[in-house]
Design a protein. Structure first.
Length: 560
């Protein structure tokens, strides 16, 4: 066959025409795939930027002054910096967030945040307390296509948007609860509020029921909570919760749906673990194995120690250990402060005392909450007797106010009955000034002439340290968090499960739980009582652990 014939009969290049015809479509498909991948990657980067900015902003929503401005600052690259490596629009790699009003918005409720309605006015100071949710919209960025323009598509505009909030939990479930003191006996409102701040400084039978004496708050319930629900730990778990400086326990939400499990029974022996906070150790059982039970640095209390500290009973509630004074004991004969015009009336030893109405043999306050009036003059006369710098005498009412900077206030009646300063304020002042000489008195110095100690003696001997000084990161050993429950409306009794908490409050442990006697009253106080002073609402505050034995954990979370 001639070469011309071979040429006409040769079919080896027949597919070339098909490729030529399909090439534009193939290039377009490849371009779409390449540029779609770029677009998807950029979209992911922008959404991640919005997510992280919203989470960062949510961490600042603590309802305190300036929270909105802080949230805006950290969302707009103050806490995190978001970058894009797939943006090719000529802008910088940084993903910016517009200022408030165009890119950052705040809402009071979840429904408003999700629907983007009722945005809070960020210029109003009142909005800080309402801002619970944040919406962040990052800047628009363009994905300029490299190959897709072959098919006539040149660029696309993308953005990212996210909504976040913050969830709070109290971890290490508090070991104690009380029934709402302001709840009427006929109450049916399970959410009846209780404002602990209104009760600041008032004495409280934390354990002891409606009127002390070891009574119950509700049938079968003496004020204990199941700190590790479902384990049946009972007394051993409560010992750990009351004794250890890092107690075990589960987390409960701090939202309106907080719920705890109550624990039945009186459990008198757990007081031994709580008393370690006051430097009293009734044997090894006081501090369960596996934990540390140090005393507070300030263990001012009414019991004294007149023996050596080498006896096996030296650190116990015992005649050879901590025991009541043989001298003048604090016992008000009426619902008034002691008459100190006679030196014989000044107690030989005295801790931070109960409210006067709860300290009498026949209590003037019949309920669990006192009135906040405690005998400050008797306390300072007992513990603040001048022995330094050649000075003598005890601090008078005017002198202790001048020396401490704590002034009487919240007074009413004649003679005046004042609510402030509180015992907790005096306690903190003593810690701040410990070891220093103030107007002839060494604050929390060595044993006074009546063998009363203000700082720990047994805690270091037991290997638990010289005493805990509370700071922003170190728990105060004489401060506890307590759950407040509407017992009437919820019909709380014995082992009640998933009981809603109306409020968590912090209290100051006033005295060790001991059996004490007074003239005419062999059971003046009982070991199964726990007496405290109300500090206020647990507002953590507990963002360190100083505000109680619980830790508040705030965790930001994405909504959309």
């Amino acid at each position: 066959m001639t070469w011309l014939g071979k040429f006409w009969s040769d079919e080896s290049g027949a597919s070339a025409a098909l490729y030529a015809l399909m090439l534009p479509a193939l290039v377009g498909a490849a371009g779409i795939g390449f540029d779609y991948a770029r677009m998807a990657a950029l979209d992911t980067e922008l959404q991640n930027a919005a997510d992280q900015a919203a989470l960062a902003g949510a961490t600042q929503l603590d309802q305190t002054t300036g929270s909105i401005n802080r949230a805006i600052a950290v969302a707009r690259n103050g806490l995190v910096t978001n970058l894009t490596v797939f943006g090719n629009d000529g802008d910088t790699m940084t993903v910016d967030i517009p200022v408030a009003g165009t890119g950052v918005f705040f809402y009071e409720t979840l429904a408003q945040a999700e629907a983007d309605t009722n945005r809070l006015d960020t210029t109003l100071a009142a909005s800080d307390a309402k801002a619970n949710f944040i919406r962040v919209k990052v800047e628009d960025r363009k994905a300029k296509y490299a190959l897709t323009p072959v098919v006539g598509w040149f660029e696309n505009t993308l953005s990212g948007e996210a909504v976040a909030g913050i969830g709070a939990a109290l971890c290490r479930t508090p070991p104690l609860m009380i029934c709402n003191p302001s709840e009427p006996t006929t109450n049916t409102d399970k959410s009846l509020p209780f404002n602990a701040d209104n009760y600041r400084g008032m004495g409280l039978f934390l354990k002891g029921g409606a009127s002390g004496g070891g009574g119950s708050w509700a049938p079968g319930n003496f004020g204990f909570l199941d700190t590790i629900p479902g384990t049946g730990g009972g007394t051993p778990d409560l010992r750990k919760a009351l004794g250890w400086d890092t107690p075990p326990g589960e987390c409960v939400s701090k939202s309106a749906n907080d719920a705890v499990d109550t624990d039945t029974g009186n459990k008198t022996d757990v007081s031994d673990s709580m008393n370690t906070r006051f430097d009293i150790y009734n044997g090894d059982v006081s501090c369960p194995t596996g934990g540390n039970c140090p005393a507070s640095i300030n263990v001012q209390k009414d019991v004294v120690h007149t023996d050596v500290f080498t006896d096996t009973n030296s650190c116990k509630d015992h005649n050879n250990g901590w025991h009541e004074t043989t001298g003048t004991k604090y016992l008000p004969g009426s619902n008034n402060a002691l008459d100190l015009s006679s030196a014989a009336n000044i107690p030989t030893s005295m801790g931070h005392p109960r409210d006067v109405c709860h300290a009498m043999n026949t209590k003037a306050c019949t309920g669990p909450v006192g009135d906040g009036f405690w005998d400050r003059n008797a306390y300072f006369a007992t513990h603040y007797r001048r022995t330094e710098d050649g000075l003598t005498g005890y601090w008078s009412e005017a002198e202790w106010q001048t020396n401490t900077g704590l002034t009487l206030s919240g007074c009413s009646g004649t003679p005046a009955r004042c609510r402030f300063p509180t015992r907790y304020e005096v306690y903190l002042w003593e810690i701040e000034k410990r070891g220093t000489v103030v107007d002839g008195v060494r604050v929390l110095g060595g044993p006074n002439s009546n063998s009363a100690y203000g700082t720990p003696q047994c805690s270091p001997r037991k290997g638990f340290g010289a005493g805990v000084v509370p700071t922003s990161t170190v728990a105060d050993r004489r401060r506890l968090s307590v759950a407040v429950i509407n017992c009437k409306a919820l019909d709380v009794k014995g082992n009640s499960r998933s009981v809603p908490v109306v409020e968590f409050m912090d209290v100051f442990l006033v005295e060790p739980s001991l059996n004490r006697s007074r003239p005419g009253n062999a059971n003046y106080t009982q070991k199964d009582e726990i007496y405290a002073e109300i500090i206020g609402k647990t507002a953590s505050g507990s963002r360190g652990e100083t505000a109680g034995t619980v830790i508040r954990r705030d965790v930001p979370y994405l909504i959309r």
